[in-house]
Design a protein around this ligand. Structure first.
Ligand SMILES: Nc1nc2c(ncn2[C@@H]2O[C@H](COP(=O)(O)OP(=O)(O)O)[C@@H](O)[C@H]2O)c(=O)[nH]1
Ligand SMILES: [Mg+2]
Ligand SMILES: [Zn+2]
Length: 386
């Protein structure tokens, strides 16, 4: 039998938008000259039949197995690649801010996509990636092209489940600033607690930011704010109008990736502008832009602010309302209340909801004053799905 030249790529999932992509961005990693017979043999040995067979043939060439048998990509070539951060993903192109301070428009290496079949998106806003720049920086100042070769391990993942698959919204998020207002609209501690549960679940460090403190007497806030700070949450009383507390908040955002959340009207835009003039406008402007295009799959966007090194990255989640991030089931809620969690295992019934049951250690702790009544009410309300 004559040896055939064969392009392995043809056996993979089709590109959805191949025709729309720039030639250079559609570059794939083709393996030519593979012998069909060898292909089958190797396939049998490694993984059996069908489509997988060829998959593994490519694996032989470019993917290696680690000690636990997991398939991983070999190390990137650090002489030709550089680290960067994905600012946004739009369609098949990711905008990456290289650690060299330059912007790149990157396609994702085909093999990366095949390794991550359980994700809707292989690359997400916030990812630390190794990229290989291609060609020269364009003279008109537009971003140079590149290929994402590798995604570094993630932490602080904001995601939601969509049609049974995990959809990444933003990754490597460090903090969530939960913005509430002391008045106009009135403080809703329940809502803050709800965001705190989300923060506990995702492992993001929350900062409870109470804006518009110029409208109230500080002493009015002390009882309610005191409970959060006793639980170890950072609290930032601020006023975007007078500038009170803004300097301290700005310090806490430095060198981090922070997402701002809170109901409308509490002063998020005003706060951003107090942190850096014009920041709110930049966020709004680009958010509107990214909603216009054909690819409305944009999940989040990062905005570098401040001096490089001294500033941080602000994460905005256009088109995604904060309640859509709510991925907590009722049984989990108690575990995400720092003050309730320690008592849960002492209830008589293992499936105690801490609402109507007898012999409930949580309710006893509330009655004895160990758990703040308002926090407990907040728990009960969130637990019941209100
Ligand atoms: N008194 C007072 N008003 C504020 C403060 N911050 C924002 N506001 C006002 O609250 C309203 C809503 O602010 P905005 O930033 O648009 O809120 P957003 O919807 O959360 O982005 C505006 O009328 C602001 O002028 C503050 O610190 N004190
Ligand atoms: Mg706003
Ligand atoms: Zn209980």
């Amino acid at each position: 039998m004559a040896k055939k030249r064969r392009k392995v790529r043809a056996t993979f999932r089709k590109h959805h938008d191949a025709a729309q992509r720039d030639r250079r961005l559609t570059r794939t990693f083709e393996l030519e000259g593979a012998d069909a017979t060898a292909d089958v043999e190797r396939g049998e040995r490694l993984s059996g039949k069908g489509r997988l067979t060829r998959h593994r043939t490519v694996a032989d060439a470019e993917i290696v197995e680690d000690e636990s048998g997991r398939l991983v990509l070999p190390d990137v070539d650090k002489r030709t690649c550089l680290l960067g951060r994905v600012l946004r993903v739009q369609g098949l192109v990711s905008r990456v801010l290289g650690d060299n301070g330059r912007l790149y428009a990157c396609a994702t290496r085909q093999l990366l996509k095949q390794l991550a079949t359980d994700l809707r998106h292989v690359v997400a806003a916030g990812d630390r990636v190794w990229i290989r720049p291609e060609g020269k920086p364009p003279s008109d100042g537009s971003p140079q092209e590149g290929i994402i070769e590798r995604v570094e391990p993630r932490h602080g993942v904001l995601s939601r489940t969509s049609r049974g698959r995990q959809q990444l919204i933003a990754t490597n998020v460090d903090q969530i600033v939960v913005v509430a207002s002391a008045a106009e609209p009135r403080l809703k501690p329940n809502l803050v607690d709800r965001y705190l549960v989300t923060a506990e679940k995702t492992g993001l460090r929350p900062i409870v930011c109470i804006n518009k403190v110029d409208l109230v007497e500080p002493s009015d806030l002390v009882p309610i704010v005191g409970v959060w700070s006793q639980l170890g949450y950072r609290v930032a009383p601020v006023s975007a109008t007078t500038g009170a507390g803004i300097g301290r908040l700005r310090e806490q955002l430095k060198g981090t990736q922070t997402v701002f959340a809170g109901q409308s009207g509490v002063g998020k835009s005003s706060l951003l502008n107090a942190i850096e003039p014009g920041l709110a406008l930049r966020v709004q402007h680009v958010s509107a832009e990214s909603q216009k295009g054909r690819h409305t799959t944009t999940t989040a966007e990062l905005y570098p602010w401040g001096d490089p090194g001294a500033g941080g990255l602000l994460v905005d989640t256009p088109g995604i309302r904060s309640f859509e991030l709510w991925d907590v089931i009722p049984e989990e809620v108690a575990g995400y209340f720092r003050d309730i969690r320690p008592y849960v295992s002492q209830c008589r019934f293992p499936d105690c909801t801490h609402t109507h049951e007898g012999f409930c250690a949580v309710k006893d702790a509330v009655a004895d004053g160990w758990i703040d009544v308002r926090r407990y009410e907040s728990y009960a309300q969130i637990r019941s799905g209100e």
